[in-house]
Design a protein around this ligand. Structure first.
Ligand code: FAD
Length: 455
């Protein structure tokens, strides 16, 4: 029976658990929901999100999932007079290479049949069909990808970038949202239809005819009995699954960011989220490099580093802050209770990002005192696709492994998970994100060996 309002417990009140509960109630009238979290909603991984979104992925299933999520966010933006602060400046990927065939073929395979019309080349100094990144208006209806491959054109629109940049790829369906507002909007709806919130830590789950969930509220133990459960526990999803004897293929990788007031105005306020694609040697002085080489813990920062630094203004056109990130860490953590912030990260990411934005060099060795250094977990599968759908035992569902894309995909993954629970019609990408994908080992090996779209 899918229509009856059976009790359901959603474990995790990050953006993914909240969105799942929201779509259960909104699309399927399932309001007998208990949303459980040990902390305040949106205060764990979801609080660290850069709040960026994009529909650029190397595989069409991820493009479909994010496109659907952006559709849903746009709908909420329209319904709420853009309370969720959605902007649409796009993502820019910049490289010093002229030949970007590999990147373009990934873009094309992600965009599918429409790629011929969606990929636009601009190889002259003037490009009347190219709309630069001037406005942050979320209603801007430019889609697809603009590829700028004329030097003067790049200098005209991105004069502050490294002069060595030869190609700029501007992904248009991308921008920012205010995910805290999105979650608040959804929580208000859930409250209005009678869904409950419970603050406490899930300590044990006993399956049977129903799931009996033991929750430590700090002032005692409470048992919640639910016919169905959703594991939306972010980096703890693997632990939750173990309570019902399920092993999920998830690892947790720590990633850091910094944010600071750009009082020297090194980064123009209209700069889109900008990624430097190229590998690099960080811009240290000779003595700094040799000191790093001598220290086994930091020697890697003296050598060849991967691409992927990113930089964007934070806080709108009138703001002053900027955010920098570089997801170079690939090491899976064994213990996620400790958050291993590295005191050297701010200077490392600053110098890495200064390669594309040379204006940032003015901050070398003198980042503002109020530089905010933070981090969180990319909880992910090896192939970097999420896990959405049935978790194995009857009545158990998962919506997790959201890596660095959980904010942008939350609406679509919440909608998909809710539809799976309610046995409703599923979109074409449903199977790709279910555990069924692991039955095709050749496909999984191929995915793991290809570009995973991590930024
Ligand atoms: C630095 C950083 C930057 C990012 N930037 C972006 C970005 O720009 N765009 C984007 O789309 N994504 C981004 N992400 C990814 C995004 O933030 C995550 O994918 C998303 O927040 C995951 O949400 P979640 O609800 O799955 O997990 P969480 O927010 O971690 O929520 C899980 C919740 O489960 C609760 N929980 C776990 N175990 C228990 C238990 N036993 N009992 C009770 N409660 C429990 C936790 O307390 C937690 O609140 C970024 C991530 C990081 C770390």
């Amino acid at each position: 029976m899918t229509s009856e309002n059976r009790p359901i417990a959603v474990i995790g009140a990050g953006i993914v658990g909240i969105a799942t509960a929201y779509y259960l109630a909104r699309n399927h009238s399932r309001t007998n929901i208990t949303l459980v979290d040990q902390f305040q909603p949106m205060s764990f991984t979801s609080a660290q999100s850069g709040n960026n979104f994009r529909n650029w992925w190397p595989h069409s299933a991820m493009v479909s999932l994010t496109n659907r999520s952006i559709d849903l966010m746009e709908q909420i933006s329209r319904d709420t007079d853009n309370r969720i602060g959605m902007t649409r400046r796009g993502y820019v990927v910049a490289t010093r290479e002229q030949n970007i065939d590999t990147l373009v073929s990934q873009l094309r395979s992600g965009l599918g049949d429409e790629s011929d019309t969606l990929v636009r080349y601009h190889d002259q100094a003037e490009a009347p069909r190219y709309f630069g990144p001037s406005g942050s208006d979320c209603s801007l209806d430019v889609n697809g990808v603009d590829i700028l491959c004329h030097y003067d054109l790049i200098r005209k629109h991105f004069p502050h970038y490294d002069p060595e940049v030869q190609t700029v790829v501007h992904i248009r369906r991308g921008g920012e949202i205010n995910s805290q507002q999105l979650a608040t909007y959804m929580l208000e709806y859930l409250k209005s239809v009678g869904a409950k919130r419970l603050m406490g830590q899930v300590r044990e789950i006993n399956p049977g005819n129903n799931y009996q969930i033991e929750i430590d509220t700090g002032s005692g133990s409470v048992e919640v009995v639910a016919g169905q459960i959703v594991n939306a526990a972010g980096p703890f999803a693997g632990e939750i699954a173990k309570w019902i004897d399920v092993e999920l293929p998830i690892i947790n990788v720590f990633q850091q960011k910094i944010a600071f007031e750009d009082h020297l105005m090194a980064v123009p306020r209209n700069q889109p989220f900008s990624i430097d694609l190229d590998r690099q040697q960080i811009d240290w002085s000779d003595s700094e490099r040799s000191a790093l080489r001598d220290d086994p813990q930091f020697a890697r920062f003296a050598g060849d580093m991967p691409g992927g630094t990113h930089c964007r203004p934070e806080g709108g056109d009138g703001g002053k802050w900027i955010k920098l990130g570089w997801a170079y860490n690939e090491e899976a953590a064994l213990d996620i209770d400790d958050q291993p912030l590295d005191a050297h990260f701010p200077e490392i990411v600053l110098r890495g990002a200064a390669r594309l934005n040379p204006g940032l060099r003015s901050y070398y060795g003198r980042l503002p005192q109020k530089c905010h250094h933070y981090g969180g977990w990319y909880s992910m599968t090896e192939e970097n696709w999420p896990l959405i759908g049935g978790m194995g035992p009857e009545g158990a569902f998962m919506n997790c492994a959201m890596s660095g894309f959980g904010t942008m995909t939350a609406c679509a993954s919440g909608e998909l998970c809710a539809a799976t629970i309610c046995e409703a019609r599923l979109p074409s990408y449903a199977e790709a994100f279910s555990l069924a994908r692991y039955e095709d080992l050749t496909q999984i090996d191929k995915l793991r060996a290809s570009n995973k779209g991590i930024l």
